[in-house]
Design a binder for this molecule. Structure first.
Ligand SMILES: [Zn+2]
Ligand SMILES: [Zn+2]
Length: 339
């Protein structure tokens, strides 16, 4: 495909889409029903639909019977860890293999003109972003995901957390089901803002930001101090009317869904003439500029707090102005401190 129909490459080869990132029409006044209806298919497909399928598959094939989950035993817990690890390896691996190893579509639609393997960095374990990222995915994030999943399932199975069934509470559960992606976004935004504050940034979140040029393995490459609160999103289902299926759907938004911001390509080609948009750009810009796009724009937090970057040159300018003002303020404070 000719990606220059959709954007342009700079001297370094970085791709910038022509179209500015659009805010979710749910938060634009006056509400425009036509725009909302146009937005829904892109919101559901392919990603949210895929996490729903994965939750159904888990529910049918992986999650044990209620009686088994009532007691902690290595059998089912280790099985869950193994399935989570293998599933995430397969899911991230397919994209990594196609786009970064075989480089099936070259650098077409690629935000960063370099592949991570072209620029070894010594701050990664074994000087390799791929190996570093992958080990952290498994030993930090898959461990945290499984731990929280096991505790929640045990709580549901023992009646410590109310287990609602669809036949008795259809409206409540349908509402929570629709809210799941919004819960993910709100939860992520809050912990993400928090871990950008020093010294939490230096101790914890800088590990994730080592991948300035992220690839699918970077998606869950986190310090355990980030992985645990990140997967803590499942704990909202202690408070909400819910059941284990919805809790698992929530966790899949956080686990499999983390890939969305880290694909590194604006569109993925399918065949010669078709492609689909990845929605990776807001979070790619976060990796590039740090102090923008703490969320992906599903909720309007970044626009409210002035940190939204829509990918345009105007947003570049606004960001630079903001950085300059902050630098000036910092310098003033330093001067005052020395007077
Ligand atoms: Zn990231
Ligand atoms: Zn960050």
């Amino acid at each position: 495909m000719d990606d220059t129909l959709f954007g342009s490459h700079n001297k370094r080869g970085d791709f910038r889409p022509n179209e500015a990132l659009k805010p979710t029409p749910l938060w634009i006044k006056p509400l425009d029903l036509k725009k909302i209806l146009q937005w829904i298919p892109g919101y559901l497909f392919p990603w949210n639909f895929l996490w729903l399928i994965s939750a159904v598959l888990y529910w049918e094939l992986v999650i044990p019977e209620k009686e088994v989950m009532q007691t902690f035993s290595w059998g089912w817990i280790f099985n869950l860890f193994l399935v989570n690890g293998l599933a995430i390896t397969a899911w991230f691996g397919v994209f990594e293999w196609q786009l970064y190893h075989r480089r099936n579509q070259g650098k077409r639609f690629k935000y960063n003109g370099l592949f991570p393997a072209e620029k070894p960095m010594e701050y990664f374990w074994f000087n390799s972003q791929n190996i570093d990222n992958y080990l952290r995915v498994i030993f930090s994030s898959v461990v945290a995901w499984t731990l929280i999943e096991v505790l929640m399932l045990w709580g549901f199975a023992n009646g410590n957390i109310p287990w609602l069934v669809f036949a008795d509470s259809p409206w409540q559960l349908a509402l929570v089901f629709l809210a799941v992606p919004f819960i993910q976004e709100a939860h992520f935004y809050c912990i993400h803002r928090l871990i950008h504050i020093e010294p939490l940034y230096k101790w914890i979140h800088s590990i994730h930001h080592n991948s300035i040029n992220p690839s699918p393995w970077s998606s869950l490459s986190m310090h355990p101090g980030e992985s645990l609160p990140y997967f803590g999103v499942a704990l909202w289902h202690l408070l909400l009317p819910s059941n284990p299926f919805l809790m698992i759907y929530q966790l899949h938004q956080a686990s499999f869904g983390a890939i969305v911001g880290h694909i590194g390509f604006d569109q993925i080609e399918i065949g010669k003439d078709s492609s689909f948009k990845t929605h990776a750009y807001p979070h790619y810009l976060h990796h590039k500029y740090f102090d923008v796009n703490y969320s992906d724009g599903l909720l309007p937090f970044d626009r409210l707090f002035g940190t939204w970057h829509d990918g345009t040159k105007e947003s570049d300018k606004a960001m630079q102005e903001r950085f300059k003002k902050r630098m000036a303020l910092n310098n003033q404070n330093v001067q005052r401190g020395t007077e």
